[in-house]
Design a protein around this ligand. Sequence first.
Ligand code: HEC
Ligand code: HEC
Length: 323
Amino acid sequence: MRSFERQFLARSIERGGQLFAANCSECHGLDGRGLTGAAPALNNPQLFGHDYLAPIRAEMEQLQAEREIEGLDEARAAEIDARLQELQAERDAFLAQIQPAIDKGYDPDQPSRLQQVGWGGPQDAFIYTTLVHGRPTSISYWPRPMAAWSQTAGGPLRNDQIQDLVNYIQNWDKGDNWTVEDLLAVNQFAKVPGEGGGAVAEGEEPAGDDVQAIVAALENITGDPVNGQSLYSAQGCAGCHAGGIVGPATEGTWTRIEEERLQDPALAGYTALEYAVESIVHPNQYIVPGFSATMPTYFGERLTVQQIGDLIAYLQSQDQPAE
Ligand code: HEC
Ligand code: HEC
């Protein structure tokens, strides 16, 4: 049975390799190491969460904790200090070695792509859903966006072909055996949606984070859904909310607010508008079940009240229920 499964997987990976060469390599590179300025590496220790510094970090933390014990023997304290210095030197040497990767955007203290985007599910599901839905609005931070590939989402590939591709990509995972050379071979690291500047022009006031004050100000404002849509791209909202991958799906937001969120006792007394404003300026006040607290908390400083009104008008215009 096991050998049959192995053979089945091997054939799937092989088919995935052919599909990758034909459909994906023009952006991600034939070796999956990404193409500078076009698309991030998938054959990449960061996508698989390999933490090169984990052993050093763990030993340092343990020693630092021991060092703080009151009445610690002096000889032991000296021993710990010496070892900590050694570890610090090892860390510095490693960072110097990987400097070219750091220059390309790698962050050694954020070694996991899935943590970076707040994905709590399994690795293969992250790749699978990305392939099914694409990241249509990654156009706001990449020259060409990642398209939806599955036929269910209007793309060219069948779901079994998507699975072959997932198996092919997963097969790049080296577990604990990723080397420094592998990291240095990455041409392009992934980007974090929503980083970058705000949309408040000179002479305008940011909205701030007082939900009631913003709600009151919105009463005298008509939101412009078209401007809302371009803000939704430019501010990186879409990068997280498209396809419901990192955050709840854009489609159906308003229906969900009215029919699900406001039924939650934790939100008793909220209006839909209050909830929406709070979701934007205080995203961690209420965490949508099934998601984690990864939405940036800076939008109150980066948007005006009018722009928040525009975004909400856009969300209201996207109100088909999610599939
Ligand atoms: C037109 C260029 C292009 C093509 C072709 C393309 N991609 Fe992508 N892909 C991208 C971009 C750009 C991103 C980054 C999107 C983002 O940051 O949200 C991406 C992201 C991804 C991710 C998520 C990586 C991460 O760290 O978030 C996976 C997995 C992926 N692509 C797989 C594939 C596969 C498999 C194919 C072929 C079926 C493919 N891509 C074809 C441009 C492309
Ligand atoms: C880095 C990813 C990320 C970015 C960027 C982001 N969000 Fe979110 N958003 C989330 C996540 C994750 C949640 C669910 C967890 C929570 O409630 O905070 C969420 C929740 C929401 C909700 C509540 C949705 C619901 O179904 O209840 C709204 C509305 C929202 N975001 C709007 C926006 C808008 C507008 C922007 C841009 C100005 C934005 N988000 C940018 C990740 C993001």
